[in-house]
Design a protein around this ligand. Structure first.
Ligand SMILES: [Mn+2]
Length: 382
């Protein structure tokens, strides 16, 4: 039994540069993935969320993805797709309609949080079963669901999100009779290693799943959300990572996972894709040589004392797309603290932090009580 695990494609992502918006190349990596799939002929392709970067993605990138699906369709038995926090669930949900036109029997299964909420409501949560294989699908879930668990079931706030995921997982597993169980998820599992630029809004103390909350019966856990390829814990939990670097902070290998279940155990191989790398160069005497040497890469130059004329010369190189003045230590700290304030999902904590960081004092208890009440009202409303 062979599978291919792909995640965090982020189609349509652009990068702001000194030369204007830079469109990242998704065509070549998708073509390469297609070629790998043609060669491997896997039984399963798992696409674990964040297919599109913007909720209002363009028709062009949508077409690119459909074309990709059409091109791999004849070489696989099944394709499973779940939604990530970047995806527009409604549009992805409607996407399922394409299935009918691709083959006689349904091959592509798209599962969003809309599907999951419907299935929970109608008490029909169950894995996709094909032969001996059960596929459990856990799309990205909003934090407000966890707040419901906190208010109604008294689960401590820091475990509430993980609790929601593990409860739904158990729900799925109760209906699972297959010999081989796969889990697909778009989530941040505790202790995962992040890139420098990943959105703190979605990856923070609130949005995490405990390793212990992932059931041990899965033969392979295919995850998306974290952009660095890695294995989590001692078991078979993997992030395939994003298929290309999406910014300068993602300066590590990017690719996909090709796996095979042998004797009830996954044998996996990480295949690095070809893409243009992002590198950061610091001001030095031979900066021009270094830029020349790395013509095939995107370069960010960090400078501290270069004068305007030299900077202008540096900016003329096609591959130099960012110029950044070195941040002095003091400013760095300030940046970090404002960053911590950006957590729109927990108003109470935000207020508390605001007091700690900005006012350097304890927060006002009566305002705290008021905010807790407001938060509760909002989250219990839907
Ligand atoms: Mn992502």
């Amino acid at each position: 039994m062979k599978f291919v695990h792909v995640s965090d494609i982020h189609l349509g992502k652009k990068l702001k540069t000194i030369k204007g918006d830079l469109e990242l190349d998704f065509y070549s990596p998708l073509k390469q993935i297609k070629e790998i799939i043609h060669q491997v002929k896997p039984n399963f392709v798992f696409i674990c969320g964040d297919i599109f970067h913007h909720k209002n993605h363009s028709a062009d990138v949508e077409e690119m993805f459909i074309e990709f699906l059409i091109k791999i369709n004849d070489y696989v038995d099944f394709i499973f797709i779940i939604s990530g926090n970047h995806d527009n669930e409604k549009r992805l949900y409607n996407f399922s309609l394409f299935n009918k036109f691709l083959s006689k029997e349904q091959k592509i299964f798209i599962y969003t949080s809309i599907d999951l909420m419907n299935d929970i409501k109608h008490e029909r949560v169950s894995p996709f079963s094909v032969g001996e294989v059960d596929v459990v699908v856990l799309p990205f879930l909003e934090y407000k669901l966890a707040l419901n668990a906190f208010y109604n079931l008294d689960i401590p706030k820091e475990f509430a999100y993980s609790f929601v995921y593990s409860s739904i997982m158990k729900n799925f597993l109760q209906q699972s009779k297959g010999k081989f169980k796969f889990l697909l998820g778009h989530m941040y599992v505790e202790n995962s290693v992040l890139g420098n630029t990943e959105a703190r809004n979605y990856i923070n103390d609130s949005y995490y799943v405990r390793l212990g909350d992932i059931d041990e019966s899965f033969v392979y856990v295919a995850l998306g959300h974290v952009h660095k390829f890695q294995k989590i814990g001692p078991r078979n939990i993997y992030y395939s990572g994003s298929i290309i670097p999406l910014d300068f902070g993602e300066n590590f290998d990017h690719g996909i996972i090709v796996g095979q279940i042998v004797n009830n155990f996954p044998k996996i191989e990480f295949i690095k894709l070809n893409y243009k790398e992002f590198i950061t160069i610091r001001e030095s005497k031979n900066i021009f040589d270094e830029i020349e040497k790395n013509k095939d890469k995107f370069i960010k130059v960090i400078y501290s004392s270069l004068d305007y004329e030299i900077l202008e010369k540096i900016a003329k190189f096609d591959n130099v797309i960012k110029l950044q003045k070195e941040i002095i230590e003091e400013k760095k700290n300030l940046e970090r603290s404002t960053d911590e304030l950006i957590d729109p999902f927990d108003v109470v904590k935000m207020y508390q932090r605001y007091y700690e960081i900005e006012k350097k004092s304890k927060s006002n208890p009566s305002i705290m009580a008021l905010l807790t009440n407001i938060e509760k009202t909002i989250n219990l409303e839907n």
